[in-house]
Design a protein around this ligand. Structure first.
Ligand SMILES: *Cc1c(COP(=O)(O)O)cnc(C)c1O
Length: 385
Protein backbone atom coordinates (compact mmCIF):
# COMPACT_ATOMS: atom_id res chain seq x y z
CA UNK A 1 0.00 0.00 0.00
CA UNK A 2 1.15 3.55 -0.78
CA UNK A 3 1.00 5.83 2.27
CA UNK A 4 -1.44 8.56 1.27
CA UNK A 5 -3.75 11.21 2.60
CA UNK A 6 -5.80 11.06 -0.61
CA UNK A 7 -9.14 9.36 -0.17
CA UNK A 8 -9.30 8.48 -3.88
CA UNK A 9 -5.87 6.77 -3.83
CA UNK A 10 -6.69 5.00 -0.60
CA UNK A 11 -9.87 3.60 -2.07
CA UNK A 12 -8.14 2.40 -5.21
CA UNK A 13 -5.94 0.09 -3.17
CA UNK A 14 -8.26 -1.34 -0.51
CA UNK A 15 -8.96 -4.72 -2.02
CA UNK A 16 -6.79 -7.68 -1.21
CA UNK A 17 -8.78 -10.42 -2.89
CA UNK A 18 -7.37 -13.78 -4.03
CA UNK A 19 -9.34 -13.56 -7.29
CA UNK A 20 -8.22 -10.02 -8.04
CA UNK A 21 -11.75 -8.64 -7.57
CA UNK A 22 -11.70 -4.85 -7.37
CA UNK A 23 -14.84 -4.73 -5.25
CA UNK A 24 -15.44 -6.28 -1.83
CA UNK A 25 -17.54 -9.45 -1.52
CA UNK A 26 -20.96 -9.02 0.11
CA UNK A 27 -20.74 -11.46 3.00
CA UNK A 28 -24.43 -12.23 3.36
CA UNK A 29 -24.30 -14.40 6.47
CA UNK A 30 -25.90 -13.78 9.85
CA UNK A 31 -23.41 -15.98 11.74
CA UNK A 32 -19.87 -17.29 11.42
CA UNK A 33 -19.01 -20.85 12.49
CA UNK A 34 -15.86 -22.05 14.30
CA UNK A 35 -13.50 -24.94 13.51
CA UNK A 36 -13.49 -26.40 17.02
CA UNK A 37 -14.57 -25.98 20.65
CA UNK A 38 -11.44 -24.11 21.71
CA UNK A 39 -11.66 -21.52 18.91
CA UNK A 40 -15.38 -20.97 19.71
CA UNK A 41 -14.72 -20.61 23.43
CA UNK A 42 -11.79 -18.23 22.88
CA UNK A 43 -13.98 -16.01 20.69
CA UNK A 44 -16.85 -15.97 23.18
CA UNK A 45 -14.40 -15.07 25.97
CA UNK A 46 -13.20 -12.11 23.90
CA UNK A 47 -9.67 -13.51 23.41
CA UNK A 48 -9.98 -13.41 19.61
CA UNK A 49 -11.90 -11.03 17.41
CA UNK A 50 -13.04 -12.83 14.26
CA UNK A 51 -16.61 -12.34 13.03
CA UNK A 52 -19.24 -14.02 15.22
CA UNK A 53 -22.67 -12.57 14.44
CA UNK A 54 -23.65 -9.87 11.94
CA UNK A 55 -25.54 -7.71 14.47
CA UNK A 56 -22.12 -6.61 15.76
CA UNK A 57 -19.56 -7.67 13.15
CA UNK A 58 -19.50 -8.49 9.45
CA UNK A 59 -16.56 -8.48 7.00
CA UNK A 60 -18.22 -6.24 4.37
CA UNK A 61 -19.33 -3.80 7.06
CA UNK A 62 -15.82 -3.91 8.56
CA UNK A 63 -14.30 -3.00 5.16
CA UNK A 64 -16.50 0.12 5.06
CA UNK A 65 -15.71 0.98 8.68
CA UNK A 66 -11.95 0.75 8.05
CA UNK A 67 -12.23 3.08 5.07
CA UNK A 68 -14.29 5.59 7.05
CA UNK A 69 -11.81 5.55 9.94
CA UNK A 70 -9.03 6.46 7.50
CA UNK A 71 -11.13 9.00 5.59
CA UNK A 72 -11.98 10.86 8.84
CA UNK A 73 -8.44 10.40 10.27
CA UNK A 74 -9.76 8.46 13.26
CA UNK A 75 -8.66 5.23 14.91
CA UNK A 76 -11.87 3.23 14.42
CA UNK A 77 -15.41 3.43 13.06
CA UNK A 78 -18.76 1.71 13.44
CA UNK A 79 -21.53 1.57 10.83
CA UNK A 80 -25.26 1.89 11.52
CA UNK A 81 -28.55 1.27 9.73
CA UNK A 82 -29.23 5.03 9.48
CA UNK A 83 -27.82 8.37 10.47
CA UNK A 84 -30.37 8.50 13.29
CA UNK A 85 -29.29 5.06 14.56
CA UNK A 86 -25.71 6.38 14.63
CA UNK A 87 -26.75 9.57 16.45
CA UNK A 88 -29.04 7.93 19.03
CA UNK A 89 -26.70 4.98 19.69
CA UNK A 90 -23.73 7.32 20.20
CA UNK A 91 -25.51 9.76 22.52
CA UNK A 92 -27.02 6.90 24.56
CA UNK A 93 -23.59 5.25 24.97
CA UNK A 94 -22.28 8.30 26.85
CA UNK A 95 -25.24 10.10 28.47
CA UNK A 96 -27.32 9.18 31.54
CA UNK A 97 -30.14 10.72 33.59
CA UNK A 98 -29.12 13.97 35.25
CA UNK A 99 -26.59 14.88 32.55
CA UNK A 100 -26.72 18.12 30.57
CA UNK A 101 -26.28 18.42 26.79
CA UNK A 102 -25.38 21.68 25.04
CA UNK A 103 -26.82 21.36 21.54
CA UNK A 104 -26.65 23.71 18.56
CA UNK A 105 -29.73 25.63 17.42
CA UNK A 106 -31.24 24.48 14.11
CA UNK A 107 -29.99 20.96 14.72
CA UNK A 108 -31.27 18.32 12.25
CA UNK A 109 -35.01 18.06 13.10
CA UNK A 110 -35.04 14.37 14.06
CA UNK A 111 -32.01 14.93 16.31
CA UNK A 112 -34.01 17.70 17.96
CA UNK A 113 -36.93 15.29 18.44
CA UNK A 114 -34.53 12.70 19.90
CA UNK A 115 -33.42 15.30 22.44
CA UNK A 116 -36.93 16.50 23.31
CA UNK A 117 -39.10 13.40 22.98
CA UNK A 118 -36.75 10.68 24.19
CA UNK A 119 -33.80 12.10 26.15
CA UNK A 120 -35.62 14.81 28.13
CA UNK A 121 -38.29 12.41 29.46
CA UNK A 122 -35.41 10.14 30.58
CA UNK A 123 -34.07 12.97 32.76
CA UNK A 124 -31.48 14.55 30.47
CA UNK A 125 -31.31 18.37 30.34
CA UNK A 126 -30.78 19.99 26.94
CA UNK A 127 -29.96 23.63 26.20
CA UNK A 128 -29.66 25.10 22.69
CA UNK A 129 -27.12 27.73 21.60
CA UNK A 130 -26.12 29.33 18.29
CA UNK A 131 -23.23 27.32 16.87
CA UNK A 132 -20.73 30.21 17.03
CA UNK A 133 -21.36 30.60 20.79
CA UNK A 134 -19.59 27.26 21.36
CA UNK A 135 -16.34 28.87 20.19
CA UNK A 136 -16.89 32.44 21.41
CA UNK A 137 -18.19 31.83 24.93
CA UNK A 138 -15.46 29.93 26.79
CA UNK A 139 -17.70 29.06 29.77
CA UNK A 140 -20.75 27.92 27.83
CA UNK A 141 -19.75 24.30 28.47
CA UNK A 142 -19.41 24.63 32.25
CA UNK A 143 -21.44 21.87 33.99
CA UNK A 144 -22.21 20.21 30.66
CA UNK A 145 -21.42 16.56 29.81
CA UNK A 146 -21.89 16.57 26.03
CA UNK A 147 -21.55 19.24 23.33
CA UNK A 148 -23.58 18.23 20.27
CA UNK A 149 -22.59 20.08 17.10
CA UNK A 150 -23.18 20.52 13.40
CA UNK A 151 -20.91 22.94 11.51
CA UNK A 152 -22.19 23.98 9.05
CA UNK A 153 -25.69 23.45 10.42
CA UNK A 154 -27.96 21.81 7.88
CA UNK A 155 -30.75 24.40 7.49
CA UNK A 156 -29.01 27.79 7.71
CA UNK A 157 -25.39 26.56 7.22
CA UNK A 158 -23.93 28.43 10.23
CA UNK A 159 -20.34 27.51 11.16
CA UNK A 160 -17.99 27.67 14.13
CA UNK A 161 -14.26 27.33 14.87
CA UNK A 162 -14.02 23.66 15.83
CA UNK A 163 -10.48 23.85 17.25
CA UNK A 164 -11.62 26.52 19.73
CA UNK A 165 -14.73 24.55 20.66
CA UNK A 166 -12.57 21.47 21.28
CA UNK A 167 -10.15 23.47 23.45
CA UNK A 168 -12.98 24.86 25.63
CA UNK A 169 -14.50 21.39 25.90
CA UNK A 170 -11.19 19.84 27.02
CA UNK A 171 -10.88 22.46 29.74
CA UNK A 172 -14.33 21.63 31.08
CA UNK A 173 -14.00 17.86 30.55
CA UNK A 174 -16.88 17.83 28.05
CA UNK A 175 -17.32 15.17 25.36
CA UNK A 176 -17.74 16.68 21.86
CA UNK A 177 -19.75 15.14 19.02
CA UNK A 178 -20.28 16.55 15.53
CA UNK A 179 -22.61 15.59 12.71
CA UNK A 180 -20.27 16.09 9.71
CA UNK A 181 -22.73 15.03 7.00
CA UNK A 182 -22.67 18.40 5.18
CA UNK A 183 -18.90 18.65 4.67
CA UNK A 184 -18.26 14.91 4.21
CA UNK A 185 -14.77 13.62 5.06
CA UNK A 186 -13.51 15.32 1.88
CA UNK A 187 -14.08 18.88 3.09
CA UNK A 188 -13.69 18.65 6.90
CA UNK A 189 -12.06 16.25 9.37
CA UNK A 190 -13.21 17.41 12.83
CA UNK A 191 -11.12 14.83 14.73
CA UNK A 192 -7.99 16.65 13.58
CA UNK A 193 -9.21 19.74 15.49
CA UNK A 194 -9.69 17.77 18.70
CA UNK A 195 -13.42 16.98 18.40
CA UNK A 196 -13.97 13.56 20.08
CA UNK A 197 -16.58 11.86 17.89
CA UNK A 198 -17.64 12.42 14.25
CA UNK A 199 -20.80 11.00 12.79
CA UNK A 200 -22.45 10.98 9.40
CA UNK A 201 -25.75 10.31 7.81
CA UNK A 202 -24.15 8.12 5.13
CA UNK A 203 -27.49 8.37 3.29
CA UNK A 204 -26.26 11.73 1.97
CA UNK A 205 -22.89 12.35 0.27
CA UNK A 206 -21.20 9.09 1.31
CA UNK A 207 -23.80 6.97 -0.48
CA UNK A 208 -24.18 9.69 -3.08
CA UNK A 209 -26.79 7.84 -5.14
CA UNK A 210 -30.00 8.22 -3.08
CA UNK A 211 -30.28 4.44 -2.94
CA UNK A 212 -29.55 3.65 0.70
CA UNK A 213 -30.12 4.88 4.26
CA UNK A 214 -27.13 4.39 6.57
CA UNK A 215 -24.94 6.00 9.23
CA UNK A 216 -21.40 5.81 10.58
CA UNK A 217 -19.45 7.01 13.64
CA UNK A 218 -15.67 7.60 13.70
CA UNK A 219 -13.57 8.20 16.83
CA UNK A 220 -10.80 6.77 19.03
CA UNK A 221 -10.49 3.02 19.68
CA UNK A 222 -11.80 3.54 23.22
CA UNK A 223 -14.96 5.48 22.30
CA UNK A 224 -15.83 3.15 19.41
CA UNK A 225 -15.25 0.15 21.70
CA UNK A 226 -17.77 1.60 24.14
CA UNK A 227 -20.42 2.00 21.42
CA UNK A 228 -19.68 -1.52 20.13
CA UNK A 229 -19.97 -2.92 23.65
CA UNK A 230 -23.11 -1.06 24.70
CA UNK A 231 -25.51 0.44 22.19
CA UNK A 232 -24.61 -1.35 18.93
CA UNK A 233 -25.51 -4.81 20.32
CA UNK A 234 -28.28 -3.69 22.69
CA UNK A 235 -30.19 -1.27 20.45
CA UNK A 236 -29.21 -3.32 17.39
CA UNK A 237 -29.22 -0.59 14.72
CA UNK A 238 -26.63 -2.40 12.62
CA UNK A 239 -25.50 -1.66 9.10
CA UNK A 240 -26.30 -4.45 6.59
CA UNK A 241 -23.57 -5.98 4.38
CA UNK A 242 -25.29 -4.98 1.12
CA UNK A 243 -25.65 -1.38 2.30
CA UNK A 244 -21.97 -1.39 3.30
CA UNK A 245 -21.10 -2.51 -0.24
CA UNK A 246 -23.13 0.41 -1.66
CA UNK A 247 -21.39 2.84 0.69
CA UNK A 248 -17.94 1.63 -0.39
CA UNK A 249 -19.03 2.18 -3.98
CA UNK A 250 -20.17 5.68 -3.00
CA UNK A 251 -16.88 6.46 -1.25
CA UNK A 252 -14.92 5.65 -4.39
CA UNK A 253 -16.35 8.67 -6.23
CA UNK A 254 -16.83 10.94 -3.19
CA UNK A 255 -13.90 13.32 -3.87
CA UNK A 256 -14.86 13.77 -7.53
CA UNK A 257 -18.53 14.33 -6.68
CA UNK A 258 -17.75 16.85 -3.95
CA UNK A 259 -15.67 18.93 -6.36
CA UNK A 260 -18.54 18.95 -8.87
CA UNK A 261 -21.07 19.94 -6.14
CA UNK A 262 -18.69 22.70 -5.04
CA UNK A 263 -18.32 24.24 -8.51
CA UNK A 264 -22.08 24.25 -9.03
CA UNK A 265 -22.64 25.84 -5.61
CA UNK A 266 -20.05 28.56 -6.34
CA UNK A 267 -21.83 29.41 -9.59
CA UNK A 268 -25.27 29.50 -7.93
CA UNK A 269 -24.08 31.65 -5.03
CA UNK A 270 -22.47 34.17 -7.37
CA UNK A 271 -25.56 34.48 -9.56
CA UNK A 272 -28.10 34.37 -6.70
CA UNK A 273 -26.28 37.24 -4.93
CA UNK A 274 -26.92 39.40 -7.97
CA UNK A 275 -30.53 38.29 -8.47
CA UNK A 276 -33.27 40.84 -7.63
CA UNK A 277 -35.73 38.14 -6.47
CA UNK A 278 -33.29 36.75 -3.84
CA UNK A 279 -33.02 38.53 -0.50
CA UNK A 280 -30.48 36.37 1.37
CA UNK A 281 -28.22 33.36 0.84
CA UNK A 282 -27.20 30.91 3.56
CA UNK A 283 -23.90 29.30 2.65
CA UNK A 284 -20.70 29.19 4.73
CA UNK A 285 -18.07 31.85 4.09
CA UNK A 286 -15.06 29.65 3.46
CA UNK A 287 -12.61 32.44 4.43
CA UNK A 288 -14.09 32.73 7.91
CA UNK A 289 -14.70 29.02 8.53
CA UNK A 290 -11.34 27.63 9.65
CA UNK A 291 -10.91 23.97 8.84
CA UNK A 292 -13.60 23.85 6.16
CA UNK A 293 -11.71 22.87 3.01
CA UNK A 294 -14.50 23.22 0.50
CA UNK A 295 -18.15 23.85 -0.18
CA UNK A 296 -20.89 21.24 -0.45
CA UNK A 297 -23.89 21.53 -2.75
CA UNK A 298 -26.45 22.21 -0.01
CA UNK A 299 -27.39 25.90 0.35
CA UNK A 300 -30.43 27.83 1.53
CA UNK A 301 -31.90 30.82 -0.24
CA UNK A 302 -34.39 33.40 1.03
CA UNK A 303 -36.62 34.52 -1.81
CA UNK A 304 -37.98 38.04 -1.89
CA UNK A 305 -41.56 38.76 -0.82
CA UNK A 306 -42.32 39.15 -4.52
CA UNK A 307 -42.00 35.40 -5.17
CA UNK A 308 -44.92 33.05 -4.59
CA UNK A 309 -43.16 30.00 -3.13
CA UNK A 310 -45.71 27.34 -4.17
CA UNK A 311 -45.76 28.77 -7.74
CA UNK A 312 -41.93 28.87 -7.80
CA UNK A 313 -41.81 25.26 -6.58
CA UNK A 314 -44.31 24.04 -9.14
CA UNK A 315 -42.50 25.84 -11.97
CA UNK A 316 -39.26 23.88 -11.39
CA UNK A 317 -38.68 21.23 -14.05
CA UNK A 318 -35.21 19.82 -13.38
CA UNK A 319 -35.12 20.42 -9.62
CA UNK A 320 -37.45 18.04 -7.85
CA UNK A 321 -39.35 18.56 -4.60
CA UNK A 322 -38.25 16.29 -1.79
CA UNK A 323 -36.46 15.75 1.50
CA UNK A 324 -32.87 14.61 1.94
CA UNK A 325 -29.86 15.63 -0.17
CA UNK A 326 -26.39 14.52 -1.24
CA UNK A 327 -27.40 12.40 -4.23
CA UNK A 328 -27.21 12.89 -7.99
CA UNK A 329 -30.51 14.71 -8.32
CA UNK A 330 -31.12 18.35 -7.48
CA UNK A 331 -33.85 19.02 -4.93
CA UNK A 332 -35.71 21.88 -3.27
CA UNK A 333 -37.54 21.91 0.07
CA UNK A 334 -39.30 25.13 1.11
CA UNK A 335 -38.99 25.85 4.88
CA UNK A 336 -42.81 26.16 5.01
CA UNK A 337 -43.09 22.51 4.05
CA UNK A 338 -40.43 21.50 6.60
CA UNK A 339 -42.57 23.35 9.18
CA UNK A 340 -45.62 21.33 8.24
CA UNK A 341 -43.82 18.07 9.15
CA UNK A 342 -44.97 16.37 12.37
CA UNK A 343 -47.40 17.80 14.91
CA UNK A 344 -44.74 18.70 17.49
CA UNK A 345 -42.65 21.85 17.47
CA UNK A 346 -39.38 21.14 15.75
CA UNK A 347 -36.08 22.97 15.65
CA UNK A 348 -36.96 24.96 12.55
CA UNK A 349 -40.01 26.47 14.23
CA UNK A 350 -38.38 26.98 17.56
CA UNK A 351 -35.37 28.92 16.35
CA UNK A 352 -37.04 31.02 13.70
CA UNK A 353 -36.28 30.37 10.05
CA UNK A 354 -37.65 32.77 7.45
CA UNK A 355 -40.83 31.42 5.81
CA UNK A 356 -39.31 32.63 2.53
CA UNK A 357 -36.39 30.21 2.86
CA UNK A 358 -35.93 27.33 0.46
CA UNK A 359 -33.20 24.74 0.93
CA UNK A 360 -31.56 23.79 -2.32
CA UNK A 361 -29.61 20.58 -2.94
CA UNK A 362 -27.42 21.12 -5.98
CA UNK A 363 -26.87 17.74 -7.60
CA UNK A 364 -24.64 16.53 -10.40
CA UNK A 365 -26.68 17.65 -13.43
CA UNK A 366 -25.24 20.20 -15.86
CA UNK A 367 -24.93 23.41 -13.85
CA UNK A 368 -26.07 25.74 -16.63
CA UNK A 369 -29.21 23.62 -17.11
CA UNK A 370 -29.84 23.82 -13.36
CA UNK A 371 -29.43 27.59 -13.38
CA UNK A 372 -31.77 28.03 -16.36
CA UNK A 373 -34.40 25.99 -14.53
CA UNK A 374 -34.01 27.84 -11.22
CA UNK A 375 -34.14 31.25 -12.88
CA UNK A 376 -37.23 30.56 -15.01
CA UNK A 377 -39.03 29.27 -11.89
CA UNK A 378 -38.13 32.47 -9.98
CA UNK A 379 -39.56 34.56 -12.81
CA UNK A 380 -42.76 32.50 -12.97
CA UNK A 381 -43.05 32.58 -9.15
CA UNK A 382 -42.80 36.39 -9.22
CA UNK A 383 -45.35 36.77 -12.02
CA UNK A 384 -47.86 34.86 -9.95
CA UNK A 385 -48.10 37.65 -7.33
C1 LIG B 1 -30.40 13.11 6.98
C2 LIG B 1 -29.66 13.65 8.14
C3 LIG B 1 -29.55 12.93 9.33
C4 LIG B 1 -30.29 11.62 9.56
O1 LIG B 1 -29.77 10.62 8.76
P1 LIG B 1 -30.64 9.34 8.28
O2 LIG B 1 -29.63 8.56 7.52
O3 LIG B 1 -31.75 9.88 7.45
O4 LIG B 1 -31.13 8.66 9.51
C5 LIG B 1 -28.77 13.45 10.34
N1 LIG B 1 -28.14 14.63 10.20
C6 LIG B 1 -28.23 15.37 9.08
C7 LIG B 1 -27.51 16.66 8.99
C8 LIG B 1 -29.00 14.90 8.00
O5 LIG B 1 -29.12 15.64 6.91
Amino acid sequence: MIETSSLATLLAQVMDDPHGAVNPPIVQSSLFAFDDYNAFEARMAGQTDEALYTRVQNPTVAAFENLMAQAEKGEAAVGFASGMAAISSTILAFIKAGDRIACIEHVYPDTYRLMERLLRPFGVEIDYYPVDAFANEPDLLKDVQLAYLESPTSMVMATTDLARVAAHARRHGVLTMIDNSWASPVFQNPLSFGIDIVLHSASKYISGHSDTVAGVVVSSQAYIARIRDLTLPLLGGKLAPFEAFLLIRGLRSLSARMRQHEETAELFIKRLKAHPLVSNIHAPELDSSPGLMGRAGLISVELSDHVDIPAFSDALKLFRLGVSWGGFESLVIPARIALAQAGDKNSVQRFGVSPNLVRVNLGLEDREDLWTDFEQALTLGANKL
